[in-house]
Design a binder for this molecule. Structure first.
Ligand SMILES: *Cc1c(COP(=O)(O)O)cnc(C)c1O
Length: 366
């Protein structure tokens, strides 16, 4: 049934399970029937649920994780020349958000867990630094205690790019509950996923909330009055309806990913560097190993029908858009970026598929 030519595809977004399909179709059909196709009741409801999950007062549904990030940067009131310290290793949307809001991204190094290194952040702070934008990379929580302390000490805003981390937590506190603002992506590849583009911003601050409502609607308040230039970045009602349905299965789905990861951990121990033990609960957006001869391993797995990904092969400060002006520390990031490889981890993976993937990895390192 799958369109993939791989025996074990990295991710298969087609839905063949009858129960899942009819549930999603029914959710979409309800929107057709009530006809409120823009900002319908499903939007209010999913915003309420996300706010509750993140223990926040407000959630604002937007068009994508990218929208969420740049709107979060916009409400910080950054001025030209202001700096925002972020990680070196993330999807480029993270750096773009800072630049699109008119500020300068400054790229900190990462630790072996692939998350931003608080000590590197500390070294990069200048009198122009206004905020820290951290990424819970692969679905693993950053060292939020150290990062919160640094932010407080230097009077900086702290923003979480939790695009990969819906459902992750640290000391019982969910991803999205730590920063002044936090951003999520619900694009189809993410763990909590719509069937198209979607994103969410959470905050406790009423002023920020009201400004975000304007920012997602061409900068308009009261439907017509524009108070600042912006774009149309509202969440789609059909995607909100799909997210409501998917949310009912989210806990089970996270459980599956965690047990898949535990299985890999066991089978691959001592063969490659498996993800270090996570503090708190990992969301396993990706299961990222660190391996010698990574490119050869990837080719070998590909030949044996296993699709893997390198997320991401180009560090953000090395992207053409940033390389000529990037301020950065990325000694560890440069080493790690040559060793990382994401194995299939999705919730529909069968135990035999995990065993097959692990056996091929073991075969590569005799
Ligand atoms: C997916 C992702 C984004 C962007 O989200 P979109 O919904 O694709 O725009 C931003 N940051 C990180 C870390 C991501 O993984």
């Amino acid at each position: 049934m799958t369109m993939s030519t791989y025996m074990v595809p990295f991710l298969d977004l087609s839905i063949h399970n009858e129960e899942q399909r009819s549930e999603l179709i029914a959710a979409v059909d309800r929107v057709f029937m009530h006809g409120r196709l823009v900002m319908g009741p499903e939007v209010d409801e999913i915003e309420r649920i996300v706010a509750r999950d993140c223990r926040r007062r407000y959630a604002v549904g937007v068009g994508s994780g990218t929208d969420a990030l740049w709107m979060a940067m916009r409400v910080l009131g950054l001025r030209p020349g202001d700096e925002v310290v972020t990680t070196s290793l993330s999807w480029i949307a993270t750096a773009n958000a800072i630049a699109m809001a008119g500020a300068i991204p400054v790229f900190a190094d990462i630790r072996c867990d692939l998350n931003i290194d608080p000590e590197s952040v500390r070294r990069l702070i200048t009198d122009r630094t206004r905020a820290i934008l951290v990424v819970h990379y692969t679905g693993r929580m950053c060292d939020m205690q150290a990062l919160s302390e640094i932010a407080e000490e230097h009077n900086l805003a702290l923003v979480e790019d939790a695009a990969q981390a819906y459902g992750a937590s640290l000391n019982g506190r969910p991803a999205g509950s730590f920063g002044n603002l936090a951003c999520f992506s619900m694009n189809p590849m993410k763990v909590f996923a719509a069937c198209g583009e979607a994103g969410m911003i959470v905050t406790d601050d009423t002023e920020q909330y009201e400004r975000l409502l304007a920012l997602r609607y061409n900068g308009c308040v009261n439907r017509e009055v524009c108070i600042e230039p912006s774009t149309n970045g509202r969440i789609d009602t059909l995607q909100a309806a799909i997210l409501l349905t998917r949310h009912r299965h989210l806990a089970a789905l996270l459980k599956r990913r965690r047990s898949n990861a535990a299985r890999y951990d066991k089978l691959l121990q001592g063969v490659v560097d498996t993800p270090p033990i996570a503090p708190g609960e990992h969301a396993y957006y990706t299961y990222t190993i660190q391996a010698d001869r990574r490119d050869e391993l990837q080719d070998f797995l590909e030949k044996h029908g296993v699709e893997t990904k390198i997320q991401h092969p180009i560090l953000m400060p090395e992207q053409p858009a940033y390389s000529n002006r990037a301020v950065n520390e990325s000694v560890n990031a440069c080493c790690l970026q040559k060793r990382i490889l994401c194995l299939p981890i999705h919730e529909n993976l069968a135990v035999d598929e995990i065993k097959y993937v692990a056996a091929r990895v073991c075969e590569f390192y005799p």
